[in-house]
Design a protein around this ligand. Structure first.
Ligand code: FES
Ligand code: FES
Length: 174
């Protein structure tokens, strides 16, 4: 059967077997190996991607079910050469060791910050509670997400300040 969807803003159409899981479609058909496959039990969460902006475990979704939807993977997180603050946070706060869980963690973290820009540590832990990290003990992952939250708040504050300076100087010159 044929399936079409948008992946990281690009329209793709592929011939697949009906039983193909989204995680295998992304990795094996599209070569997007940033999405990892870590279990057969829907427990590890390393396969998390977004479908229409919502995090989903791509090992629990048939590629056919994603037909007509917009999928985003970790490869679509950065804007060109500019890393997403969540990616920066994982670098700054050592949110990874082996990195196997990291793509899924980052997709979940980005979705959390999009709906709750200032989450508590408990809310961060709740958001990633469906995902397993065998290396970090989670503390540095929580710290990484908090780093991204603080960075985004300061960028927002700086742009509001800049806008009010520009507004004030326009009033003076008017
Ligand atoms: S591969 Fe483990 S939950 Fe999807
Ligand atoms: S960094 Fe190794 S599993 Fe999370």
């Amino acid at each position: 059967m044929q399936v079409s969807m948008t992946v990281n803003d690009v329209e793709v159409t592929e011939e697949i077997e009906g039983r193909t899981l989204l995680v295998h479609f992304l990795r094996d058909h599209l070569g997007l190996t940033g999405t990892h496959w870590g279990c057969d039990t829907s427990n590890c969460g390393t396969c998390v991607v977004w479908m229409d902006g919502e995090p989903v475990k791509s090992c629990t979704v048939l590629a056919a079910m994603a037909g007509g939807h917009a999928v985003r993977t970790v490869e679509g997180l950065a804007k060109g050469a500019e890393l997403d603050p969540v990616q920066e946070g994982f670098i700054q706060c050592h949110g990874l060791q082996c990195g196997f869980c990291t793509p899924g963690m980052m997709m979940t973290a980005r979705a959390l910050l999009d709906r709750n820009p200032d989450p508590t540590d408990t809310e961060i832990r709740e958001a990633i509670s469906g995902q397993i990290c065998r290396c970090t003990g989670y503390a540095t992952i929580v710290r990484s997400v908090r780093w991204a939250s603080v960075k985004e708040a300061s960028v927002k504050q700086a742009s509001v300040k800049q806008a009010s300076v520009e507004e004030a100087s326009e009033e003076v010159t008017a």
